[in-house]
Design a protein around this ligand. Structure first.
Ligand code: IP8
Length: 259
């Protein structure tokens, strides 16, 4: 089984509120169907989630009643994105079912507490592709919080021990420096504990759910349970399919130990 996250930066335009990249998703779905693997799919919220969530500071939980309208709006918007994703998957020949975190998950102090993994298992057994996504969910301490796609990836990887865990991003992988600013930045093909600790932590945090470093820590825990954890550029045709087929692709593979 393969566990794939389609990042919000790949399937939406992250700076333009509620802008869906349908052609990119259709192509990625074609790659997924051609690879013919059993899959659980997670997608990010992109501009359907982060913009309004940041305006209402939803990532810190309840502080003010005025946030509740923001909670409802983000839930509505991410469901709308998810429905768009689901339609492309079904049309592309991958029968899929949506499992919205607001209905099947809850947090405690921002950490994923409950997730109904049994539901994922049973839909998989039925031959369907379970789909879940970054969402606002209830939090037992903070009343509500943001459950990111990465938190879901970690829990699902722990439960299902997939052959490969693939994060589709809008960049080739992890670089030695910010490639947009530094022409000497190099792609790190294998990210170990040492390389991660040595990376310059100067990057801004654009998302309510954290930076690339949080993602890499998550990937490192996933890698420690066996299987490959890879981050690759979903914007480049063919890379996701190659990774699903088990081929070596341009990207960064995260390993739990030292190299
Ligand atoms: O895009 C964030 O999930 P992510 C979810 O996977 C919301 O980080 C609602 C902003």
């Amino acid at each position: 089984m393969m566990l794939v996250k389609l990042g919000g930066s790949v399937i939406t335009d992250k700076v333009r509120y509620r802008t869906f990249r349908e052609e990119v998703l259709s192509r990625l779905v074609d790659e997924i169907t051609s690879a013919q693997k059993e899959i659980i799919l997670v997608h990010g919220a992109g501009s359907f989630g982060h913009i309004i969530a940041a305006q209402h500071q939803l990532q810190h939980g309840f502080s003010d009643i005025s946030q509740i309208a923001g909670v409802a709006k983000v839930m509505e918007d991410v469901r709308e994105l998810d429905l768009k994703v689901l339609k492309v998957l079904n049309l592309g020949g991958l029968p899929s079912v949506s499992l919205p975190p607001s209905a099947v998950a809850s947090l405690r102090c921002g950490e994923l507490d409950d997730l109904n993994v049994e539901m994922f298992r049973r839909y998989l057994e039925l031959g369907m592709c379970p789909v879940t996504f970054g969402d606002v969910v209830l939090d037992r301490e903070r009343r509500f919080g943001i459950c990111s796609g990465d938190q879901l990836m970690e829990r699902l990887a722990r439960e299902f021990r997939p052959e490969r865990v693939i994060f589709c991003s809008d960049v080739d992988g992890v670089f030695t420096a910010d490639p947009a600013r530094d022409p000497d930045a190099e792609l790190i093909e294998t990210v170990s504990r040492e390389t991660l600790d040595a990376l310059p932590r100067t990057k801004r945090c654009a998302d309510v759910t954290g930076s690339i470093f949080g993602k890499l820590e998550t990937m490192m825990r996933i890698a420690s349970w066996g299987g490959d954890a890879i981050v690759l550029n979903g914007g480049i045709p063919g890379r996701l399919e190659a990774a699903l087929r088990g081929e070596t692709v341009v990207g960064s593979k995260v390993v739990s130990g030292t190299v």
